[in-house]
Write a protein that binds this ligand. Structure first.
Ligand SMILES: Nc1ncnc2c1ncn2[C@@H]1O[C@H](COP(=O)(O)OP(=O)(O)O)[C@@H](O)[C@H]1O
Ligand SMILES: [Mg+2]
Length: 373
């Protein structure tokens, strides 16, 4: 096992497309790190550089204490699991799992021992004689996992390994991967565009947009203290609501003005907003932090709105609304609250949970001081 360190890693394709820009990322020994971001943000390129399948344009990659920039893939001793399994179709599951070990001239008895161990771990003992076409998607992905495990690599790299599975199987396989990591404790870098998958799996998340790291933190931190508007909007379903408005001061209170409505911001934001008087800003509120009932001990936190659509989901009800100024937003409310389309309502935002983002640029979260870059 080993830690993995990326130092100022950049990848430019064909001298123009910067797929990965100046990545600095340290994955601790035994850690489960998830790199998450939209399609095309540079996730696969990052993994391929770590695996040695792609050269870095600049920067350094260390596995353990070894600088591996010039180490060929087979000598890096890490295993990659892909979305499309990449099993050899003419070989049985057992032969697929044995292949890499055979190439390394591992003794037959050792190969069989490792395969049997991995098969037991994955619950695929009875599938070892089958060829891939006689296996379901989930079973194939398990064989692909087994093939990675038998090599006893120093780290696992996963590239969207669940995207070819149906929704239910994705959930169970996701739990299995987490359990597997708990038992093996092998350093893992897992790439996905699926924010829910990222939140549920990662010890920490590395959130990426357009080849640039936006935030590295544990899932709760990323969710509750997003570094900027991108991170805030990318994690969570339905996504965080963003209201455009303006910061004003009323006596010693800081207010956020949305059209004809004034929200008095909590004390904790006062010092961070000192330099933003009369500036256009963005108020961010997650759907679960908006309610048709007042929050205890709070006041001056109302947004008047009209109900467009009510979506009962069982555990909660999502309500789609439009405020006076025509801004649309979503509230995730108690399923027993009676709201109907066309109702005119007062909605309350939980002042304990609101965020203020800069209007310009990346939309920095002004309440956070520990900004990357
Ligand atoms: N071999 C390549 N040649 C040129 N551009 C590439 C190549 N591979 C990836 N890219 C570009 O690099 C960017 C990142 O791609 P990729 O790492 O595959 O993103 P992700 O895995 O996050 O979807 C994209 O704009 C993609 O088009
Ligand atoms: Mg990819």
């Amino acid at each position: 096992m080993a830690r993995i360190l990326l130092e100022n890693v950049t990848k430019v394709f064909d001298g123009e497309v910067a797929a990965v820009s100046d990545f600095n990322l340290e994955v601790a020994d035994g850690e489960f790190m998830v790199i998450v971001g939209p399609s095309g943000c540079g996730k696969t390129t990052t993994l391929r550089m770590i695996a040695g399948l792609e050269e870095v344009t600049s920067g350094n990659i260390y596995i353990g204490d070894t600088l591996v920039n010039d180490v060929p893939p087979r000598d890096r001793n890490i295993a990659m699991v892909f979305q499309n399994y990449a099993l050899y179709p003419h070989m049985t599951a057992r032969q697929n799992m044995a292949f890499a070990l055979k190439m390394r001239k591992c003794p037959r008895a050792e190969i069989n021992k490792r395969i049997d161990e991995a098969a037991r771990l994955l619950g695929i003992e009875r599938l070892l004689k089958r060829k891939p076409r006689a296996l379901s998607g989930g079973q194939r992905q398990r064989v692909a996992l087994g093939r990675a495990i038998v090599r006893k690599p120093r780290a696992f790299l996963f590239d969207e390994p669940l995207s070819n599975l149906d929704a239910r199987l994705r959930l169970t396989t996701r739990a299995e991967i987490k359990d597997l990591h708990r038992r093996l404790q092998t350093t893992t870098i897992y790439v996905t565009h699926d924010q829910a998958e990222a939140m549920s799996l990662g010890d920490r998340l590395c959130v990426v947009d357009d080849g640039v790291i936006q935030q590295i933190a544990d899932p709760v931190e990323v969710y509750e203290r997003p570094a900027n508007r991108f991170v805030a909007g990318f994690l969570g379903t339905p996504p965080m609501n963003f209201f455009s408005g303006c910061i004003t001061y009323r006596a010693d209170e800081v207010c956020f003005v949305i059209g004809d409505q004034v929200i008095v911001l909590p004390q904790r934001l006062t010092s961070a907003l000192r330099d933003y008087r009369n500036k256009d800003m963005i108020l961010g509120v997650r759907p679960e932090n908006i309610s048709s009932n007042q929050f205890p001990g709070q006041a001056n936190n109302v947004i008047s709105a009209t109900v467009n659509v009510v979506e009962p989901l069982g555990a909660r009800t999502d309500v789609y609304l439009t405020n006076h100024g025509g801004q649309k937003f979503i509230a995730g409310i108690d399923p027993h609250t009676r709201l109907r389309a066309n109702d005119t309502v007062e909605m309350y935002v939980d002042l304990e949970k609101v965020h203020i983002f800069e209007f310009e640029g990346a939309g920095r979260n002004v309440a956070l001081s520990n900004q990357p870059g």
